[in-house]
Design a protein around this ligand. Structure first.
Ligand code: C5P
Length: 195
């Protein structure tokens, strides 16, 4: 029996933190699908070939969490061939016995439309930029991070293939006014109700 939790939403909304906490709480495996696109974006060369040959070494590279890697990821993520090359890996991961949580942009809509739980985690662009700016110790100021968050949102929402979109049956979790602990608690409650 597999049980899938799909967590989608824009950059820095809290998906990763919530996903890790859920995986710990319920003993689920966790896949941060953004890491796949980041690794493809940072590999260099033809991104379609990179996506088809992605290895665990590629996923273990340093620097994949940087703003630059996120930017590179969102550029290759618009390519349908790149997305197609990563589908099977993500679906196989979701089929694991005991349960899995996958976070990304298109998990509830494309990768796992049959997921038992779908959460769409969001927050205002200003809040997300502030969190990223505070947590990442990135070079540059808040305004620069905000501009990057907005540019990434526009690219993720505007692309033709698998755009960032809440599935019609997703539960919306707006974390703008929530602490991390509150957001985690809200997500746990939704899952516990459906287990
Ligand atoms: O979630 P994260 O910020 O790591 O994702 C980096 C980029 O990868 C996103 O901005 C998006 O363009 C792309 N992505 C995607 N589909 C996913 C996960 C990430 O298109 N399921």
């Amino acid at each position: 029996m597999s049980f899938t939790v799909a967590i989608d939403g824009p950059a820095a909304a809290g998906k990763g933190t919530i996903s890790r906490a859920i995986a710990r709480e319920f003993g689920f495996a966790h896949l941060d699908t953004g890491l796949l696109y980041r690794a493809v974006g940072m590999k260099g060369g033809d991104p379609i070939i990179a996506a088809r040959n992605l290895s665990s070494d590629d996923l273990a590279r340093d620097g994949l969490r940087s703003l630059a890697a996120g930017e590179a990821a969102s550029r290759v993520a618009v390519l349908p061939e790149v997305r197609a090359a990563l589908v099977a890996f993500q679906r196989d991961f979701a089929q694991r016995a005991g349960g899995a949580v996958l976070d990304g942009r298109d998990i509830g809509t494309i990768i796992c439309p049959e997921a038992e739980v779908k959460l769409f985690v969001t927050a205002s662009a200003e809040t997300r930029a502030r969190r990223r700016w505070l947590e990442a110790g990135e070079q540059g100021g808040y305004e620069e991070v905000l501009a990057q968050v907005r540019a990434r949102d526009a690219r993720d929402i505007g692309r033709a293939d698998a755009p960032l979109l809440a599935a019609p049956d997703a539960i919306l979790l707006d974390t703008t006014e929530m602490t991390v602990a509150q957001a985690i608690e809200a997500a746990k409650e939704v899952i516990a109700e459906r287990l």
